[in-house]
Write a protein that binds this ligand. Structure first.
Ligand SMILES: *Cc1c(COP(=O)(O)O)cnc(C)c1O
Length: 376
């Protein structure tokens, strides 16, 4: 991991405007009045467009991603939908990876399809499949690597090159890796989106999203999707996100270490068919992962040849892994998803997602082992 990440996430300049307060103040106001009749140079007029606390978070997130500017939103989905809407008009076509986050998929497949924007979903691991899906109307390539649930990678640099060749814009969901472990803008992506609800918030108590990109693109989004759709982030949320950011690099190191211990433990169990974690040396895309990522978090899945009922009974026996759908907080989680046939595969193994949180790795392994012993 880039050491300066710690500095970027932690350091704030002494700021006389705020009496040297070490945390950025929460600007709890909707409007900013002007000293005179004429609108001042001060960019702040109304918090639906800009708020200083939110702008502070945007500045930090842009710096961490290596982007020029950022726009925060009320949730990851608000960021994703605004980013997509900023790029498309009726008649356009999008190419998107298959196992994209379920909300993104529903938005593309059902919601904007109503406005005559069509999407083809492709296997992101195959550059040929991505290229074959591009048609005359294609304007956008939507990527998420690693993908939700199966954690498959796309080759970012190759996808960026392909997009340039066909004059497509690219949007990339970087929630899994965070800017600590992957900087897609540096690999040629146009816009990066995040659910800040996960690792950045980090304590399962705040929802948020962000779009990072060029100054020009973000200004356009601010004026259109930002102000007109109004899915803004509040200053209180921004303050909690700024708090989360300070410890993000530190927490990622811990999640990665525990995630690796859990992945290695699972991969040694003879009844586990497959562990989906690109940090494992035996993962089929590990070399690509090492090329384009600097680390891995604590979210993984595994495939197990049991019935859905057995898998659920096993999950219910876990103590530290609580049944739940999100991730990125302090608490470990388990989610029994579905047989892998739901993802177009032929085997009937159950797919189970685990999120390794802040608990002691020994306790987590013991928890898994005891639950397995009761079921097997
Ligand atoms: C959770 C998630 C989202 C959606 O974020 P919200 O903050 O819940 O709206 C988008 N992408 C990925 C990869 C996610 O895990």
């Amino acid at each position: 991991m880039d050491k300066s990440l710690f500095t970027k996430a932690t350091y704030d300049e002494h700021d006389e405007r705020h009496h040297g307060a070490v945390t950025f103040p929460i600007y709890q106001n909707t409007l900013f009045t002007f000293a005179g009749y004429h609108k001042p140079a001060n960019p702040f007029t109304y918090s639906r467009s800009l708020n200083p606390t939110v702008s502070e978070l945007e500045k930090k997130l842009a710096a961490l991603e290596g982007g020029e500017a950022a726009r925060c939103c009320g949730s990851g989905m608000a960021a994703i939908t605004a980013a997509v809407l900023s790029q498309v008009k009726a008649g356009d076509h999008i190419v998107c990876v298959n196992q994209v986050y379920s909300g993104t998929r529903a938005f593309l497949e059902n919601f904007i399809a109503r406005f005559n924007v069509r999407t083809s979903f492709v296997n992101g691991a195959s550059l040929q499949e991505i290229e074959a899906a591009i048609c005359d109307d294609t304007i956008l390539l939507y990527l998420e690597s690693p993908t939700s649930f199966l954690f498959e990678l796309q080759d970012l640099a190759a996808c960026a090159e392909l997009a340039k060749r066909y004059r497509l814009k690219t949007i990339f969901d970087n929630s899994w890796a965070t800017p600590c472990y992957q900087q897609p803008l540096k690999l040629g992506m146009d816009l990066v989106v995040h659910s800040l609800t996960k690792y950045v918030g980090g304590h399962s108590d705040v929802l948020g999203g962000v779009i990072v990109g060029s100054k020009e693109a973000i200004e356009q989004i601010l004026e259109n999707e930002g102000v007109l759709l109004g899915g803004v982030m509040s200053s209180h949320t921004a303050s909690l996100m700024l708090r989360g950011l300070r410890t993000l690099p530190l927490r990622m190191e811990r999640y990665q270490r525990t995630g690796m211990i859990v992945a290695e433990y699972l991969s040694k169990q003879p009844f586990v068919h497959k562990v989906n974690f690109p940090g494992l040396a035996r993962h089929p895309q590990h070399e690509l992962a090492k090329q384009q990522m600097q680390g891995f978090g604590g979210l993984l899945s595994f495939e197990w040849d049991v019935s859905p009922e057995q898998a659920q009974a096993w999950a219910d026996k876990l103590k530290y892994f609580r049944n739940g759908c999100s991730w990125g907080g302090y608490e470990s989680l388990v989610l029994v998803i579905a047989p892998v046939t739901a993802f177009g595969r032929s085997e009937s193994h159950m797919l189970i997602r685990l999120y390794a949180g802040m608990e002691d790795p020994d306790d987590l392994i013991l928890d898994l082992a005891e639950a397995f012993a009761e079921i097997l």
